[in-house]
Design a binder for this molecule. Structure first.
Ligand code: GLN
Length: 539
């Protein structure tokens, strides 16, 4: 049972980076020899973010056990070694669903079911579930949304009660706020922070530490002013400055500000001196490695920062794995439907087509794949990217005109990608994709095997459609091999073209398992191939 809990709330406005802040603190505590786990509570009514589109919610992150979760869980897993599962992601939808189901079963017979205590009890029990089932020293629990939102109220009340019940020596509250800079006055302003803390205190929560987002470090007198007005110690007012270079620098900055030391002290944890240099090396590589690969990503939501969050991070990790930087160049797939791929993609060292749903931009992705295949440019396809590869190859190399996925053309004469058998009778949309970790056997002497260095792997999935095994023989005759198979159901997991410098695609999402400290082998090898291509081009 975890005794110590850290709650992280946010004030003033959204998008201040609570997830990265919580993950960074987790990273710091871990490197002090403590074991951590992290949990995210989202106040929206969806049971999970699985049915929201990326404009609403950014990427949907998938855990090993197949939960579709908030992308902050991705930060938690990348910054720490905490294994996360369904229990680490809580939403209002899930909480209410459980309480209402219990009410229908008659478990509250005779009672009026209310927000306090029934909903708040359910929230506390979900926090406790993680505390009870995880073998860690500290639990970090992030409350989504902003203090003051109507939706957050039951969660704030629940975490207030939790602190009361478990004792203030075991529970601390960290509040992330914004110190805006008013250009015309040339000043940083503390008033919004004071108001936000006042709001928390009205609910009965006294923050112990304030993480203040600022453009530049807070001067001593400003920290003292915030401390005085907000009833915290001056050293518990931490500058969380805007970091332009890389998010992996945030833990280093917070460490310099003494965040981990205050947390350790307040919770009475036993921390050890630690060597920060391995993490610093990651930061240095991202910022200043001499080599840099230009990687094109052909997607649909390129203007959104968060729609392909884990993917972009995994590409950066692929760079780290080669002591190199990467420049990610984002292309809208629909542009490739208007102009020749050779014009748009002339300058890149590698091309990646990521996952996605729906028809828009498909033909553009197929054009990009054809260009990579015919011009021997390193190519990496993920999920929908693999499906598009198979469509392109069967159309243009096997000569099957009109080959398609039944997702895009239900009446295609060559359904080279079609609905998984188990999906045919499914009508509910939520949580019904093929999700989570499934085994894959990789083919000896393939690029897949050389990347992984092993024959059996586990990777995370999120899809409904699948390569149609009836076409595999034709694909192989023309030079595209199946290099990974899921033994359960004999499903195609990976394809590649041996007679190409590096052309690999997978049905799973390797980006979910890549870490800065442990770059994913496929991303590492893809970036390596891109760097080799760059060298060849220069000759
Ligand atoms: N739309 C495709 C499917 O459902 C691919 C999904 C994905 O890329 N995540 O199978």
């Amino acid at each position: 049972m975890i005794e110590k809990t850290i709650f992280v709330t946010g004030g003033v406005c959204s998008s201040l980076g609570k997830g990265v802040a919580a993950a960074s603190l987790g990273c710091l505590l871990e490197s002090s020899g403590l074991r951590v786990t992290l949990q995210k509570i989202d106040p929206y009514l969806n049971v999970d973010p699985g049915t929201m589109n990326p404009y609403q919610h950014g990427e949907v992150y998938v855990t090993d056990d197949g939960a579709e979760t908030d992308l902050d869980l991705g930060y938690y897993e990348r910054f720490t070694s905490a294994p996360l599962s369904r229990d680490n992601s809580v939403t209002t939808g899930r909480v209410y669903q459980a309480v209402i189901e219990r009410e229908r079963h008659g478990e509250y017979l005779g009672q009026t079911v209310q927000v306090i205590p029934h909903i708040t009890n359910e929230i506390k029990s979900r926090i406790l579930t993680v505390a009870r089932n995880t073998d860690a020293d500290v639990q970090l629990c992030e409350i989504g949304g902003t203090v003051g939102d109507i939706e957050s109220v039951p969660f704030l009340e629940a975490i207030r009660q939790y602190g009361q019940e478990r004792g203030r020596e075991n529970v601390i509250y960290i509040h992330l706020t914004l110190i805006p800079y008013i250009g015309v006055a040339g000043e940083m302003k503390t008033k919004p922070t004071q108001h936000s803390v006042k709001e928390l205190r009205e609910i009965g929560i006294m923050p112990d530490i304030l993480l203040c987002r600022t453009r530049s470090p807070l001067p001593k007198d400003m920290k003292e002013k915030i401390a005085l007005f907000c009833n915290v110690a001056p050293r518990a007012v931490i500058s969380a400055v805007d970091i332009q270079s890389t998010i992996y620098e945030i833990p280093s900055w917070l460490r310099q500000e003494g965040l981990d030391r205050i947390v350790v002290e307040k919770l009475g944890l036993k921390a050890h001196e630690h060597d920060w240099s391995p993490w610093q090396k990651i930061v240095d590589t991202i910022k200043s490695a001499p080599r840099c690969a230009r990687i094109a990503v052909i997607g649909k939501y390129m203007e959104l920062q968060d729609a392909y969050r884990s993917l972009f991070e995994a590409i950066i990790h692929g760079g780290i794995g080669n002591d190199s930087r990467v420049e990610i160049v984002k292309f809208d797939a629909e542009d490739l439907e208007q102009r020749p791929a050779g014009e748009i993609l002339a300058d890149v060292d590698g091309i990646l087509v990521p996952g996605g749903f729906g028809m828009r931009g498909i033909e553009g992705k197929i054009q990009a794949i054809r260009y990579a295949r015919e011009n021997r440019i390193p190519f990496f396809g993920i999920c929908l990217g693999l499906q598009c590869c198979v469509i392109e190859f069967t159309r243009n190399a096997c000569g099957l005109a009109g080959a398609n996925s039944t997702e895009f053309d239900p009446k295609t004469s060559h359904p080279v990608v079609s609905l998984l058998a188990e999906q045919r009778d499914i009508v509910d949309m939520g949580g019904t994709l093929r999700l989570g970790a499934w085994p894959c056997t990789v083919k000896p002497s393939s690029r897949a095997q050389s990347a992984y260095g092993q024959d059996e792997i586990m990777e995370r999935h999120r899809h409904r459609y699948e390569v149609n095994n009836a076409y595999i023989e034709q694909m192989q005759e023309h030079g595209m091999i199946v290099s990974g198979i899921c033994p359960q159901g004999n499903l195609v997991e990976m394809v590649e073209i041996p007679d190409h410098p590096w052309f690999v695609a997978c049905q799973f999402h390797p980006e979910f398992k890549s870490r800065p400290r442990n770059p994913h082998p496929l991303f590492r090898d893809f970036v390596r191939a891109a760097l080799e291509y760059q060298t060849r081009k220069k000759k």
